[in-house]
Ligand binder design. Structure first.
Ligand SMILES: Nc1nc2c(c(=O)[nH]1)N[C@H]1C(S)=C(S)[C@@H](COP(=O)(O)O)O[C@H]1N2
Ligand SMILES: [Mo]
Length: 438
């Protein structure tokens, strides 16, 4: 537009300038029309499926424009979340809990973190949903409806810890790109469904099977239907564990949409990214699954420790498997005040990936000395374990309570930070709360 105004300063001084001015306008308009690109057909199709009804003049939508119907509603209403949940990103939605919101042994829906790589699918019909098992190492390609899964296989319920591999990323220095999770990207809900191993047995698995990879119905941020936002998987040994489920219920009811309705792969104790939401396919692979976010540096850490900020070659990065030992103080909330002479009851949960937590301790002197907490057995394998302690403080003043878990192999949480890694995964540092004794 600036071009027009510039010209107006002198354009009426002569017929020659007038003609030049007109030519300029024509050229500019043509240029403008050329530059106005319209939404690609494939992307329009995705938009229509998200809106749920035909977008009549859809072909006139400028490229990069997001129809109002797809713009942000209130996430707390949309996902039925507690007001204390913290939104880290809205495109895609990434929302975490705070430590004190995770106090329940079974995480209720309203306190469960949400981590999405793409857009949540909409207009899902569970009655027509199907799960297809295929891949080089499947004996055949077989599809199941949800009612077939329910009638053909035995149902199991497990209490399973799901922690995002990037939980705690915000503390690394130099910082790592990605959602800046603090401590709230962990949950332990109950999941009900059928065992993946029973379904795989029904399909038949070839001897050369090494990995499974999931496929899902969420939509890539580019709206390109050929791209998958994420398609991860696990080695056969994890796929065939009793607790690895194809779930259709969370906390006893249909899985909420944000957590994978109507079907989800759930493999507790591993980075939650292997638990595919909106599950519609599983490929049995004769190689390490090479879907989106399985290759390069995604969900990988240096095979051997590196210094902060060091560059690491792709081939020296190893896929994250079982998550490391970790714990959270869920009561009281950091900043609590108590009266001198009263004991402070603390409680929380501890977990250690595939392993059990064998010891839980607390410190009130910045890690110089440690005392034991009581720790319960897990309700089943891969569930977090509840701990508690009653703490006395020697006198008035400011304190911090630090909590440290040790796994069955004797590995403990690092006090402040574990080894730096380029993508900021696996921060299992001790959780700390501030306490004032007055
Ligand atoms: N289909 C699909 N499955 C997915 C994801 C996703 O973006 N799409 N995100 C993964 C990641 S990275 C995490 S941490 C968990 C989060 O699960 P939640 O949102 O139910 O807490 O889902 C995993 N499964
Ligand atoms: Mo994640």
């Amino acid at each position: 537009m600036v071009i027009f105004i510039d010209h107006c300063n002198y354009c009426y001084t002569g017929i020659r300038q007038k003609i030049i001015f007109l030519i300029d306008i024509i050229c500019y308009s043509l240029e403008y029309m050329k530059r106005r690109n319209f939404v690609k057909k494939a992307a329009l199709a995705s938009m229509i499926s998200l809106v749920g009804i035909d977008i009549v003049f859809g072909s006139s939508i400028p490229e990069g424009y997001q129809p109002l119907a797809l713009q942000d509603p209130d996430p707390f209403k949309l996902f039925d979340l507690d007001k204390g949940m913290v939104v880290l990103n809205d495109k895609p939605w990434n929302i975490e809990a705070q430590a004190h919101l995770l106090d329940d042994k079974i995480t209720p829906n309203k306190h469960m973190f949400i981590r999405n790589n793409g857009l949540i699918p909409e207009n899902i019909d569970a009655n027509t949903w199907s799960l297809t098992i295929d891949g080089e190492s499947a004996q055949e390609v077989k599809s199941y409806s949800i009612s077939e899964l329910k009638s053909k296989f035995q149902e199991y319920t497990y209490h399973l810890t799901l922690e995002c591999g990037g939980n705690g990323r915000s503390e690394f220095d130099p910082p790592a790109k990605g959602n800046q999770w603090t401590i709230g990207a962990v949950s332990c809900a109950t999941w009900t469904g059928v065992r993946l191993k029973d379904v795989l047995e029904d399909v038949g698995i070839k001897e050369n099977a090494v990995y499974i990879g999931y496929h899902a119905a969420d939509i890539h941020l580019s709206l390109d239907p050929k791209k998958e936002p994420i398609s991860r998987g696990v080695p056969m040994i994890k796929a065939l564990q009793d607790e690895t489920l194809i779930a259709y219920k969370m906390n006893g009811a249909d899985i909420p949409l944000a957590h994978g309705y109507p079907l989800r792969l759930v493999a507790g104790g591993w980075p939650a990214s292997v638990s595919g939401k909106w599950l519609n396919g599983i490929s049995v692979r004769n190689i390490v699954h090479d879907g989106t976010k399985m290759t390069g540096t995604a969900y990988r850490v240096p095979c051997n420790p590196v210094g902060p900020g060091e560059k690491v070659k792709d081939e020296e990065m190893c896929i994250i498997e079982s998550m490391p030992v970790k714990s959270l103080i869920t009561y009281p909330k950091t900043g609590a005040t108590i009266r001198e002479g009263t004991k402070l009851s603390i409680r929380g949960h501890a977990w250690a990936g595939e392993l059990e937590v064998s010891k839980m301790e607390y410190s009130i002197d910045f890690g110089s000395s440690w005392d034991d907490c009581g720790i319960e057995l897990p309700s089943n394998r891969l569930a977090w374990q509840h701990f508690s302690a009653a703490i006395s403080f020697p006198k008035k003043g400011y304190y911090e309570v630090w909590a440290r878990a040790t796994d069955a192999q004797g590995l403990s949480q690092p006090m402040l930070l574990p080894g730096w890694n380029p993508k900021g995964y696996l921060n299992n540092a001790c959780h700390r709360i501030a306490i004032k004794v007055v």
